[in-house]
Design a protein around this ligand. Structure first.
Ligand code: ADP
Ligand code: ASP
Ligand code: MG
Length: 440
């Protein structure tokens, strides 16, 4: 039988009512056999996600040696969910055990992982399904990367003969035997891992929007829904801030050509968005598929006469960054100029000064300047490679909105155009480009 893996995000797990909606979705299709859940998210504007409450627990734990006070809010969230669901579950004992283990382990990753652990325990109870702890089936290697082979083997043997199972997202076990989490939003990756391990026919990612939208709905009202997205477009857009899906979630499913479908838990009848390999993908007919933006980059601009003929110049600049352990996001270049775009978080404080000194010493540039607080806006779409004039339209829209482009970079595959603007122009720029390209 073809089977589906379903991942439900934080808003879908927020309270008893939303969990009932999840149950209904799972029960409406017998192919929905394996479920991955996030920790309860926000119930209303201004509410706090359980994962954030748990990070506050860890802060208290570090300071006082226990987290009694902060854990009280976590307790309350889960106790009220169980009460709303009206299920027979001794949640008090599970919470007591959890608190004891938090105090004993004193680990940030372990503490943060308990939101998913507890919500999966509850969902398993609600569905009458088996709870499979990701600590026992998702493994990381010594370098922090997923140990795919070991993980896929463990999951497929854990589900052998199991009718329905629930896995907590977001965590697994590190090479040191301790619980380790993915980065924030990582339950999307867990869902993709389970889908790959059980060779699912589809990975359904259930969230609170009816699909991947052409741009962030928090910036533009009612953006256009994207019907079809290729894995590559997804990767570009999610990496650049469209955080409806974690940018790493394509890797496990891409190798097995498993499509991802984004669906809305609160409007399950809506079609959503299908993310497919390029071979199965039928473009919507739009030149541009979507726009996304991310703030807080640092750009180092380097000028040197005859840079283009100096053999090894770019390598020398990049060696400085390698020595400092900093990864490079983009390298736009001209004849006698190059820029390196870095994530500002990676070059905080003295690190940036060391990099500048290193580049000055090793490459003797004529001019070196630093631009901070830069936002990058990515316009993404396979359609751009066979169409003329997209950048002209973007720059016209930006000029009309009085936004200065600090940097421009177009990938050689013509899949994306990246412009750098001031952080404070980020939202305005996205809205202006969206209006020009999608007319809404
Ligand atoms: P979940 O808790 O279900 O994992 P997330 O909050 O991580 O949900 O992701 C869903 C949210 O992503 C949406 O509510 C929306 O605000 C935001 N978002 C940002 N960019 C986009 C986009 N391009 N399309 C859809 N949603 C987006
Ligand atoms: N709960 C985790 C977070 O808030 C993981 C997730 O929701 O995907 O980041
Ligand atoms: Mg998410």
């Amino acid at each position: 039988m073809t089977l589906k893996v379903c991942k439900f995000g934080g808003t879908s797990m927020a309270d008893g009512n939303t969990m009932q909606a999840v149950k209904k979705i799972i029960q409406s299709d017998e192919k929905r056999k394996f479920v991955v859940v996030s920790a309860p998210g926000k119930r209303f504007n201004g509410d706090i996600k359980v994962t954030d409450l748990l990070y506050a627990c860890y802060d208290e734990l570090k300071e006082k040696g226990d987290c009694k006070q902060a854990f009280a809010s976590v307790r309350q969230r889960f106790e009220s969910i169980v009460k709303e669901l009206n299920i027979q579950m001794d949640i008090k004992s599970v919470l007591d055990e959890t608190e004891q283990r938090l105090n004993a382990e004193k680990s940030s990753d372990f503490t943060a992982s308990r939101g998913e652990y507890l919500s999966a325990r509850i969902m398993a109870e609600l569905l009458g399904a088996k709870f499979i702890d990701s600590e026992d089936v998702v493994f990381f290697k010594r370098d922090g990367q997923l140990d795919g082979e070991k993980t896929y083997r463990a999951i497929s043997s854990a589900v052998n003969g199991v009718e329905k199972a629930v896995f907590p997202g977001f965590y697994g076990k590190g090479a040191d035997g301790k619980v380790k989490t993915f980065s924030r939003g990582g339950s999307d990756i867990s869902g993709a891992i389970v889908a790959r391990a059980v060779n699912a026919s589809v990975y359904e990612n259930w969230t609170d929007v009816s699909g991947f939208l052409a741009c962030d709905p928090r910036i533009v009202q009612n953006p256009k829904r994207i019907k079809n997205l290729s894995y590559k477009e997804l990767r570009e857009l999610s990496y650049m801030g469209a955080n409806v899906l974690h940018s790493e979630s394509i890797f496990p499913v891409r190798k097995a050509n498993i499509p991802i479908v984004i669906k809305n838990t609160f409007r399950p009848e809506d079609e959503g968005t299908a993310i497919l390999p390029i071979s199965q993908y039928t473009p919507d007919g739009n030149v541009v598929t979507g726009i996304a933006g991310k703030k807080n980059f640092t750009v180092i601009l380097i000028e040197k006469n005859h840079m283009n003929t100096e053999i090894g110049y770019v390598r020398k600049v990049l060696s400085v960054l390698e020595r400092e352990g900093v990864s490079v996001e983009h390298i736009p270049s001209g004849i006698d100029t190059m820029s390196v775009v870095l994530d500002s978080e990676e070059v905080q404080g003295y690190k940036l000064e060391q990099i500048i000194e290193g580049i000055k010493n090793d490459t003797e540039p004529d001019v070196i300047r630093v631009m901070e607080n830069v936002a990058l806006i990515a316009t993404v779409g396979h359609g751009m490679s066979s169409s003329i004039g997209t950048s002209a339209r973007l720059f016209k829209a930006m000029a009309e909105a009085n936004i200065n482009a600090k940097m421009i970079d177009q990938g050689s595959s013509e899949l994306n155009i990246i412009v750098g603007v001031r952080n404070e122009d980020c939202e305005k720029c996205i809205a202006a480009c969206d209006l020009e390209l999608f007319g809404c």
